[in-house]
Design a protein around this ligand. Structure first.
Ligand code: BGC
Length: 736
């Protein structure tokens, strides 16, 4: 493609660039040799449709490696692993001549009920941002663009094309936008996909504050904004706001609207130039990648998918070290998920995998002896439940160890709708009871995209949270069961005891087009901790086949103003393992609302038996800032912060306090400012202080009571110590 600039194009040609040609490609302009480029889903594999495109995958897509969805990969807490998966995704995209792969998704898991939680990383923004940035770096290292989605505050599927996420500025900035900001600032994705929903009443697809002021102005985004498929409400408003490319095709209808708006003077042509120019930039970037040759190395990518899956499995409990299994033990495998794995979620991310490993086959291949199998239940509830259960109980009774696969059937969670409860099917819960009675040596392996309640947790000695693990999840599960892989993943979301305990309960999914983010900042573990609620398994939890001890944490401010936390970690067991060291911060004396602890940094550390390493974790100063609504900006509060080195959010191993200098905040003064606020401002304190003393004497109680009084009201009092004019001068002095 030659270097075409929007100025060489007619208005009609420019408008034509700003919407798709069909489901997946942009429009070419033959006259000036601008080619069409292709975008496809994402995020954990390539979904390039081979037959007539129909969007949601009714037509089969080309075979591609299905890597662990974000719910799994996120649990690795390892951005380098995410980057390697990204490289593989980029490679597969390049081989299929795909310019942009539609992912990662970094929306926050606000509620365990969200049907798309399997596609998102965490209830925490730092985990989401760090993992998302790793994936983007990997994808884009292959000359393929990523698409950071769904921007923003798209945290549910219910009414997702219309609902307004009504969220206050602090949680919006500190929780819901923070992960996006991290990915944009650290990895500069080629594209950002705006979400379907509205935010505080405004569609994301036509929100100039979101798409231009914040994304480009504050964060420095240089790429293109694409709509989620069908997210455009008003195309002209979208172009004005900064939505460059509408997908999929509107059949030319919205292009014509842009042309008409320019002609009737209601739309500045410069806005169309900007959008078309960004499409041209994207096409140019895509064209800069040398044509990929060769074929997909199916085996190598499957091996990477297996490694990533092994790093995604969370060992929730392991009483009496029942795991790893001994290969010579008589094993009974129970549960339909073992033979028919559920390894991905439904909707736009559905991959046509190159192959699929079933855990049952992998266990049989790894075990020395015979492995019995009973399905125990069916996914759809068909068949004779009693007979299925009886067969499973008989298999359990005659085995030494039982590996019991439970999970959510595919029909229970998907893009497009939310769950209404977090329970496993009743037939499965009944099965656990009877199996455990027949043989207590049970290892439960879970397959689920969203969190499920585990009412049997106390009654089984071991649980592996296997999430959705991608196409190699079955073999990875066997790797972990037999100890070929030592589990190291940890929970990126809390597993609650009951749905009713979750912070968003009662304000999810809203009604009549609005969902109020009533829990504010207290999302996920922040909320459980603030309320002091027990949980089944806390955020950050995950066991290993070895043990780790921590030394005393130390913290210092670096030259760049960040905080460096150092802590020695020792592998005290006798097998090699990996520990995910977490650093949380808190500020006990803070003047603003804060969660009891917030994750600020994490590191995956590999340790041989007996080895000690000093984990060095950087806490960015910017991550310590809160969003100050008085000045509409990030502020680091001065004072003493506590940094905790932890094995989970509820397993704090060592903590250290550090005094930090803060940012100076000068909230503008007005007649609405309180006496207390004027007393805090050095420019006004010297005048207002004596005036208040003149009025109220030295009565400290009285002065304290009056501190919240707006100064403008005081000036109206009969015996006011300041005149209206003096007041205006005082305010001006304070604002100078
Ligand atoms: C989804 C996106 C996806 C797009 C294209 C939408 O329905 O929300 O995540 O990338 O479709 O398939």
């Amino acid at each position: 493609m030659t270097d075409v600039s929007p100025t060489e194009l007619t208005l009609e040609e420019k408008a034509s660039l700003t919407s798709g040609r069909d489901f997946w490609t942009t429009k070419p302009i033959e006259r000036v040799r601008v080619p069409s480029i292709m975008m496809t889903d994402g995020p954990h594999g390539l979904r390039k449709q081979s037959a007539a495109s129909d969007h949601l995958g009714l037509a089969q897509s080309v075979p591609a490696t299905c890597f662990p969805p974000a719910v799994g990969l996120g649990s690795s807490f390892d951005p380098e692993l995410a980057e390697r998966v990204g490289v593989a995704l980029g490679t597969e995209s390049a081989l299929e001549d795909v310019a942009v792969i539609l992912g990662p998704g970094v929306n926050i898991k606000r509620s365990p009920l969200c049907g798309r939680n399997f596609e998102y990383f965490s209830e925490d923004p730092i985990v989401s941002g760090v993992m998302g940035a790793g994936l983007v770096r990997g994808i884009q290292s292959r000359g393929v663009g990523a698409s950071l989605k769904h921007f923003a505050a798209n945290n549910q599927e219910t009414d997702r094309l219309r609902v307004s996420s009504d969220v206050d500025p602090r949680p919006l900035r500190e929780i819901y936008l923070r992960g996006f900001q991290r990915v944009v600032e650290d990895a500069q994705p080629w594209t950002v996909m705006c979400s379907y929903n509205r935010i505080n009443g405004v569609y994301a697809s036509e929100d100039p504050w979101l798409l231009t002021s914040v994304l480009r102005g504050e964060w420095g985004f240089e790429g293109l904004v694409v709509s989620d498929w069908g997210a455009v409400n008003d195309r002209v408003a979208g172009v004005v706001a900064g939505l460059d490319l509408e997908m999929p095709s509107s059949g030319g209808r919205t292009d014509a609207q842009l042309v008409a708006a320019v002609k009737d003077g209601s739309l500045d042509e410069a806005a169309v130039d900007l959008a078309a120019g960004r499409v041209l930039d994207l096409v140019r970037k895509a064209g800069a990648r040398p044509a990929a040759s060769g074929v997909l190395d199916v085996d190598a990518h499957h091996a990477l998918a297996r490694e990533a899956a092994g790093r995604s499995i969370v060992l929730l409990k392991n009483d009496g070290d029942i795991l790893p299994l001994d290969r010579s033990q008589r094993i009974a495998v129970i549960g339909a998920f073992a033979a028919e794995p559920r390894f991905q979620g439904a909707g736009s991310s559905l991959i046509n995998p190159t192959r699929v490993d079933a855990a049952l086959d992998a266990i049989r291949a790894a075990a020395d002896g015979e492995v019995a199998y009973a399905a125990g239940f069916t996914f759809d509830g068909s068949g004779d439940a009693d007979a299925l259960r009886a067969e499973a109980v008989a298999a359990a009774a005659s085995a030494e160890r039982v590996v019991l696969f439970l999970g959510l059937p595919a029909a229970e969670e998907s893009e497009g709708f939310d769950r209404t409860h977090i329970d496993l099917p009743a037939a499965q819960l009944a099965l656990v009871d009877e199996v455990v009675t027949a043989n207590p040596n049970v290892v439960v392996v879970l397959s689920n995209g969203g969190v499920v309640a585990l009412p049997f947790a106390e009654r089984v000695p071991a649980i592996l949270e296997g999430w959705l693990l991608g196409q190699a999840g079955g073999s990875a599960t066997a790797d972990v069961l037999f100890g070929d892989v030592n589990p190291s993943a940890k929970l990126t979301e809390t597993i609650p005891l009951r749905l009713e305990d979750t912070p968003s309960y009662g304000s999810f999914p809203g009604e009549f087009g609005h969902v109020r983010y009533g829990e504010g900042l207290l999302v996920g573990y922040r909320g459980f901790d603030a309320a002091g609620k027990d949980v089944a398994f806390p955020f950050g939890h995950g066991l290993s086949y070895t043990r780790f001890s921590y030394g005393d944490a130390a913290a210092e401010v670096t030259e760049t103003g960040d905080v460096l936390v150092r802590v020695d970690v020792t592998n005290t067991g006798d097998v090699a393992g990996r520990e995910i060291v977490q650093v949380y911060s808190s500020m006990p004396g803070s003047a603003v609302q804060r969660a009891p602890r917030e994750l600020k940094s994490f590191l995956s550390v590999a340790l041989e038996p007996g080895e000690t390493r000093t984990a060095e974790l950087i806490v960015r100063r910017s991550d310590l800032a809160y969003w100050d609504i008085r000045v509409d900006g990030w502020v680091v509060e001065p004072g003493e912060y506590v940094f905790e080195a932890a094995a989970s959010s509820r397993d704090i191993r060592s903590s250290v306090a550090l005094e930090l200098t803060g940012d100076e905040v000068r909230p503008p003064l007005s007649r609405e400012s309180s006496i207390g606020e004027l007393l805090e401002n050095p420019a006004t304190a010297s005048i207002i202080g004596p005036a208040i003393t003149a009025m109220f004497g030295d009565d400290a109680g009285m002065i304290k009571m009056m501190a919240s009084f707006p100064i403008g009201r005081l000036a109206a009092f009969p015996n006011a110590p300041v005149s209206e004019q003096q007041l205006d001068e005082l305010i001006a002095a304070g604002n100078a």
